[in-house]
Structures are given as structure tokens and as C-alpha cells.
Design a protein around this ligand. Structure first.
Ligand SMILES: [Fe+2]
Ligand SMILES: [Fe+2]
Length: 208
């Protein structure tokens, strides 16, 4: 049976960011060259940071307790990074084919993390230890990055997921940081979506 407290602690990184990455890449592929030019750079920055946080924070912690459990996923990061670099630098000679390959690599990679790494995190750590790791994510992220990441994140997940992520934030983020995060989230949503979210997570209202 899944421990709900542990699940909440791993879900932001391993479920809700993954969903937004899948959805945004799908959208960019469907949007053709124009959308690729305008929106791929942000997708690339967010994917790069997501992988960096896993490589620098979550995976080393897990390797200490369960050696070898992230070997395959680290190799996948390198393969994905190389392809993103080709696409982001404008040196791809066939953008749509390279994007399709990226999607194939990324979907397999995210599935591997969800099926192997996330359960291993839940097996080898207590919920409080995972929350403590989550609390360190901000060390890797500049305010400028958070300001573009949060609206991107909340735009590319559905209303139910927004509620889960916002609830996790009210637990995992220091109270003095929450107001500015809320401003950035609100910037990505229309008024109806924001009011719906605040209706479900009233703690946000006090800060906005
Ligand atoms: Fe991931
Ligand atoms: Fe990853």
C-alpha cells in the first residue's frame, strides 16, 4: 500500500513536474516550427533544471542508501541533454524528427523514474527526509528561474493537479516565501482558474 505522506513528498518532482513536461513537449510538437521557436527555449531550461536537481540532490541521496538504483536514469539524462542542446542551439537539420526522438527518450525516461526511482525513494526514506530534500530544491533555483517555472508548471497541469501541488507548497515552503510564489502562479492562470484554486486551497488566499 502506498504511504500517502511519502507519496505527497515525492509527487511534486516525480509526478506533477513530469506531467507538465510531457504535456508541454506534446504541445510544442503539435505547434510546428513557430511554436518551437517561441516556446522550446523555456521547455529546455525547465527540463535542464529538473534533471540537474535530480542529479545533484535526489539521486546522490538515494545512491547512498540503494547503490546502483539511478545508474540507468543518469545515462538517460546525458542522452536527453545532448539532444536538447542540438535543438536549443538551432543546429538541428530536422527539428520535427529530433523532437520526436526527444519525446521518445523523455517518455521512456520519465516512466523509468516513476516506476523505479520514485518507489525506491519511498522505500529508503522517511517522509520527513524527503520533505527535507524537497526543501533544498530552492538552493538550485534562482528567483528568475522560479518566476518563469511556476506559471509554466501551473499552466501545463490540470485543475486537480494544481490543487495537489499548491497544497504541497503550503506544507513544504517556508511561510515567508509563499506570497511571492502565489504571485508567480497567479501570473500564469486566468482569474477563473486562480479563484478555483484558491477555493480549494484557502491558505493561498491569505498570501495573495
Ligand atoms: Fe524526473
Ligand atoms: Fe530525470
Amino acid at each position: 500500500m502506498v504511504d500517502q505522506e511519502k507519496y505527497a513528498a515525492v509527487a511534486d518532482n516525480f509526478i506533477y513536474v513530469h506531467r507538465a513536461l510531457r504535456r508541454d513537449l506534446e504541445r510544442i510538437i503539435a505547434g510546428g516550427e513557430e511554436l518551437f521557436a517561441s516556446d522550446f527555449p523555456l521547455f529546455a531550461r525547465i527540463l535542464e533544471k529538473h534533471s540537474e536537481v535530480e542529479d545533484a540532490l535526489f539521486f546522490p541521496a538515494l545512491e547512498e542508501r540503494a547503490p546502483g538504483s539511478t545508474a540507468a536514469t543518469v545515462d538517460q539524462h546525458r542522452k536527453i541533454e545532448d539532444l536538447v542542446a542540438v535543438l536549443a542551439s538551432g543546429s538541428s537539420t530536422d527539428t520535427q524528427t529530433d523532437l520526436a526522438t526527444l519525446q521518445e527518450f523523455l517518455l521512456a525516461h520519465l516512466a523509468e523514474e516513476e516506476e523505479k526511482v520514485m518507489p525506491a525513494m519511498m522505500e529508503h526514506f522517511e517522509a520527513a527526509e524527503i520533505w527535507a530534500l524537497d526543501g533544498r530544491i530552492m538552493e538550485f533555483c534562482s528567483p528568475e528561474f522560479m518566476q518563469e517555472m511556476l506559471p509554466w508548471w501551473f499552466t501545463h497541469i490540470d485543475a486537480a493537479d494544481r490543487v495537489c501541488v499548491a497544497q504541497n507548497m503550503t506544507v513544504g515552503v517556508p511561510p515567508e516565501v509563499l506570497p511571492v510564489l502565489c504571485q508567480w502562479i497567479a501570473a500564469g492562470l486566468d482569474e477563473t482558474q486562480w479563484n478555483e484554486l484558491v477555493g480549494q486551497v484557502p491558505a493561498l488566499a491569505a498570501t495573495a
